[in-house]
Design a binder for this molecule. Structure first.
Ligand code: F6P
Length: 343
């Protein structure tokens, strides 16, 4: 067997542990592993190289992806889909492991439906891939965000300020809710629950009148106002090959508006790409490792169009079609439950 491995979409800590484990297990089975550079772009451009244990041995603690990544969509330009199949033959691959979030997995699913022997591994710091408890990169993002929030409390308190902390997560508020709760935020805003600016301002004014000298709010990058208007500046933003608008920066605008409405001095900190950079947590390293081992099982069983997944303490497999027909967002009941701490 000769298997290709690629990573697509935003990078995430734990990807290298996943690549390393796939190579180790492939070699153990007497297979060859081929690294495809920059996600689907590498298959379009025939950009690949042989992977071996000496190359991957020490990358378990390394952030990013040694295969590099891109947001390439081979279903966008005419002829690209055919080129994927041609190059798959040229490289003499028998199977492909595609490690990525919903965009990469959507491409994998479409290609599998057209006959490509491909299996998926869920990766994204957003944690929004359904039918798996966790995705590679989420735990690290929550850890880094929580540490940042812990730190930001002290400067906010010292200056009696309002601190708005913005975290990534796209349309899912998982990172915001987990790090905000763990970091003792006074309010957490997520895309799943639209906000009302007047209500947020009133909440801050009430907090102050109860003797609280400072406030810290965690906001997810794609928060939406209740009145249904476009979030700040969206209409002017670039979109990627999958049609997603580039997010980031809402925290600054939000802080400015709240400063005007409450009279409290405000600052914003956008954590941005920091939370998906650098060494993965032990959890993400082990998650990546086990998901890779499961993905190799799927290749052995020829369970194409499936994804390795974590359910409870079991590494299992799910149909990619089922994964992609659902969404995994923070449920309203979950948000309402932790409102207890918004005080
Ligand atoms: O999907 C992962 C993610 O980190 C999102 O949370 C974020 O909106 C996006 O990627 C940022 O992408 P880029 O690396 O292209 O700026």
């Amino acid at each position: 067997m000769r298997i290709g491995i690629l990573t697509g979409g935003g990078d995430a800590p734990g990807l290298n542990a996943c690549i390393r484990a796939a190579v180790a297990r492939a070699e153990d089975l007497g297979w060859e592993a081929i690294g495809i550079r920059r996600g689907w772009a590498g298959l379009l451009e025939n950009d690949c190289f042989p992977l071996s244990w000496p190359f991957v041995e020490k990358i378990v603690s390394l952030g990013g992806t040694v295969l590099e990544t891109s947001r390439t969509n081979p279903f966008k330009r005419e002829g690209d889909e055919e080129r994927i199949f041609e190059n798959f033959q040229k490289i003499k691959l028998d199977a492909l492991i595609a490690i990525g979030g919903d965009d990469t997995l959507t491409v994998a699913h479409k290609l599998a439906q057209r006959g490509l022997p491909v299996v998926g591994v869920p990766k994204t710091m957003d944690n929004d891939v359904p039918l798996t408890d966790y995705t590679i990169g989420y735990d690290t993002a929550v850890n880094i965000s929580t540490e940042a929030i812990d730190r930001l409390h002290t400067t906010a308190a010292s200056h009696r300020r309002l601190m708005v902390v913005e975290v990534m997560g796209r349309d899912a508020g998982w990172v915001a809710i987990a790090s905000g709760l763990a970091g003792g935020a006074h309010l957490i805003l997520i895309p799943e629950v639209p906000y009302d600016l007047e209500e947020v301002a009133q909440f801050l004014i009430d907090r102050k009148s109860r003797g609280n000298t400072y406030s810290l709010i965690v906001v997810s990058e794609a928060i939406h106002p209740k009145d249904g208007t476009e979030p700040f500046g969206y209409e002017k933003r670039e979109v990627d090959a999958f049609g997603h608008v580039r997010l980031g920066g809402v925290g600054h605008i939000f802080a400015e508006l709240l400063e005007r409405k409450t009279g409290m001095e405000a600052r914003a900190t956008v954590l941005g790409h920091l939370i998906r950079s650098g060494p993965p947590t032990p959890f993400d390293r082990n998650l990546g490792t086990h998901l890779a081992l499961k993905a190799i099982d799927l290749v052995q069983e020829k369970k194409w169009d499936h994804m390795a997944a974590l359910k409870g303490t079991d590494y299992t497999s799910v149909n990619l079609g089922d994964v992609l027909s659902q969404t995994k967002r923070v449920p309203l009941e979950f948000y309402n439950r932790i409102k207890l701490f918004f005080r």
